[in-house]
Write a protein that binds this ligand. Structure first.
Ligand SMILES: [Zn+2]
Length: 252
């Protein structure tokens, strides 16, 4: 079965768990009692990405997609002081993600859909989530949920070493994290500023939204539309970008 599209900010259906609404009081207490340091988050993020890399077909150094991605990201190996490592997953999903440790993963399906400028715009948006610490917070929430599950199964306790399946669970939680509208706007602004200061095409950010919106309305299946409907403001987001571009004299 064809894998479904996940919009590039991982707008899935899972709730953000730092928000304990809907959970029982005992679970909410357990969430509150878990302290997770930023360092732990970075370590777990790194482990989770390593596991994702092991599970997915990573395009090799000579793969045309890897070469294209390298061309697109060119000099952007360190962004705002964070060293970024890039890889392509040779899968059809229209997807990309970035994690708190500076790993950016771009899926072949997204590269097939987007122009070079648009791929860079999407990466800029994802890195925006990292810089703005949304990725860290989403990972923290996923870890908390895992901690809660463990606590429910085996009594309360701090997060320890995670098994592979737990780590997989945590990462699924991370990928399902739903960022708020403000977080999305701020990541959009980050990408816009990043593109602008590097003399890149800011309009590509808007057109990447348009392509995703169009795709979600197409024949790809109900789940896509569902993901999109959880994020009805993509038109407003692209309009905002056009508006900024007009003000900056960068609209075409
Ligand atoms: Zn996003």
């Amino acid at each position: 079965m064809k894998k479904l599209i996940i919009l590039f900010c991982m707008m899935g259906s899972l709730p953000v768990v730092s928000n304990a609404q809907g959970l029982g009081q005992a679970v909410a207490d357990a969430i509150g009692s878990v302290t997770i340091s930023n360092e732990q988050v970075a370590q777990y993020s790194k482990q989770a990405v390593q596991q994702m890399d092991a599970k997915n077909p990573v395009a090799g150094a000579n793969d045309p997609y890897t070469q294209r991605l390298n061309r697109i990201v060119g000099p952007f190996r360190t962004i705002d002081g964070i060293p970024i490592n890039y890889k392509v997953y040779a899968v059809k999903d229209v997807n990309a993600f970035a994690t708190a440790d500076g790993s950016v993963r771009v899926f072949k399906g997204l590269m097939d859909l987007m122009s070079d400028d648009e791929v860079l715009a999407v990466i800029g948006h994802e890195i925006g989530h990292v810089i703005n610490q949304d990725s860290r917070d989403a990972m923290k929430s996923a870890l908390r949920r895992s901690a809660v599950r463990n606590a429910l199964g085996a009594g309360p306790g701090a997060i320890g070493r995670l098994s592979r399946s737990q780590l997989g669970d945590v990462f699924d939680g991370f990928l399902g994290a739903k960022f708020s509208r403000d977080q999305e706007s701020q990541a959009d602004d980050y990408s816009y500023d990043f593109l602008k200061r590097n003399g890149k095409n800011v309009i590509a950010l808007a057109t990447s939204f348009e392509k995703l919106a169009k795709l979600s309305g197409g024949s790809q299946g109900g789940k896509v539309a569902e993901l999109m409907s959880s994020h009805p403001d993509s038109k407003a987001r692209s309009e905002r970008i056009y508006e900024r571009a007009r003000r900056d004299g960068l609209a075409r």
